[in-house]
Write a protein that binds this ligand. Structure first.
Ligand code: NCD
Length: 322
């Protein structure tokens, strides 16, 4: 996979493993800060007014879909959103991803394609066949790099220094792609990290990822018991149990058994640090009780807004050489 080497121009953004240095992330965050300020001051930005973007989504999405759409529009680009590929497109007739990608590039004359797809390697395949940059907006159970970027941006807003951070991921470590991307991305940004992965045994973090993190000197702790690590946790990153993958395997009964394994509520918060923050990529389906929504530690709603700013920054960095 092509490394970014501090230069995003005309590159695909498929995996967090394309990063090498903290400075590449700082470049995104500096621009994201500028985007935030402009949006908050209602400044009109037309940087991408001659550009056209396509969103091609084969899986449901609310946040990623709307924030990419809004990011493009706030920058003055034309955005063609194609949602519901799995229901209405020629994919239903059996058209392959390489053919659909080439079709969309031809029919729209777009400059960039944002893809969400259930296959782990979908973005890599798309990048092979398209001549325009591809942004991975979620691929299978493997990667969600732009979510990881917005999550990291959220973290640096709350902690002056991420060195030595203790982060606890809870929920579905097996199928959840946001956890894998964020855990890896953090290693490019900070050292001396402790990561706790809390999940029922069957939803444990795959060996591939845990080994990758160990090779990067991350202290890893895997457990089924959330309370074991609560008192030292700085960041509680909650995820839903990913129903769709159970459905695909005909294992809905197992999903029903697992889905309420962890519920973050007042009782859990009482045992946590006063300065801890609670994040979630959302959607939530019961794993965070609404009773804690107004607790100052709950940042999952403001976290979403960061998706707009960081995606604006990424689009600009990929499309403009200045
Ligand atoms: C996540 C995803 O699609 O992986 N959602 C998102 O993009 N914010 C998390 C999820 O669906 O559980």
């Amino acid at each position: 996979m092509q490394k970014l080497n501090n230069n995003f121009y005309h590159k695909d953004f498929i995996s967090v493993e394309q990063f090498s240095h903290k400075r590449e992330l700082d470049k995104i965050f500096t621009l994201a800060d500028q985007m935030k300020e402009k949006i908050e001051k209602r400044r009109i930005i037309k940087d991408l007014k001659t550009f056209c973007l396509v969103e091609l989504f084969y899986q449901p999405s609310t946040r990623t879909y709307t924030s990419f759409l809004a990011a493009g529009l706030h920058l003055g680009a034309k955005v063609i959103p194609i949602h519901g590929m799995q229901a209405y497109s020629s994919a239903v007739k059996g058209e392959s991803l390489p053919d659909t990608v080439r079709t969309v590039e031809q029919t729209t004359a777009a400059d960039l394609l944002i893809l969400r797809h259930p296959a782990d390697d979908a973005s890599e395949i798309a990048a092979k066949y398209a001549s325009i940059p591809i942004i991975n907006a979620g691929s299978g159970t493997k990667e969600h790099p732009t979510q990881a970027v917005l999550d990291l941006y959220t973290l640096i807003q709350h902690f002056s220094n991420l060195q030595g951070l203790n982060i606890t991921f809870v929920g579905d470590m097996k199928y959840g792609r946001t956890v894998k991307s964020l855990a890896k991305l953090l290693t490019y940004y900070a050292k001396n990290l402790t990561m706790n992965f809390v999940a029922p045994k069957v939803l444990k973090l795959p060996n591939l990822e845990s080994q990758w993190l160990k090779n990067k000197q991350v202290k890893i702790h895997q457990t089924e018991n959330l309370e074991e690590c609560l008192s030292s946790t700085d960041v509680l990153y909650v995820t839903r149990v990913q129903k769709e993958w159970f459905e695909q395997k005909g294992k809905l009964r197992l999903y029903q058994q697992l889905k309420n394994s962890f519920i973050i509520n007042q009782r859990i918060l009482q045992k946590s640090k006063k300065k801890m923050i609670i994040m979630h990529p959302l959607p939530r389906v019961g794993e965070i009780a609404e009773e804690i929504d107004n607790d100052p530690r709950a940042v999952y709603f403001s976290q979403m807004r960061n998706g707009l700013y960081t995606r604006m920054a990424l689009l600009r960095l990929i499309l403009l050489d200045r």
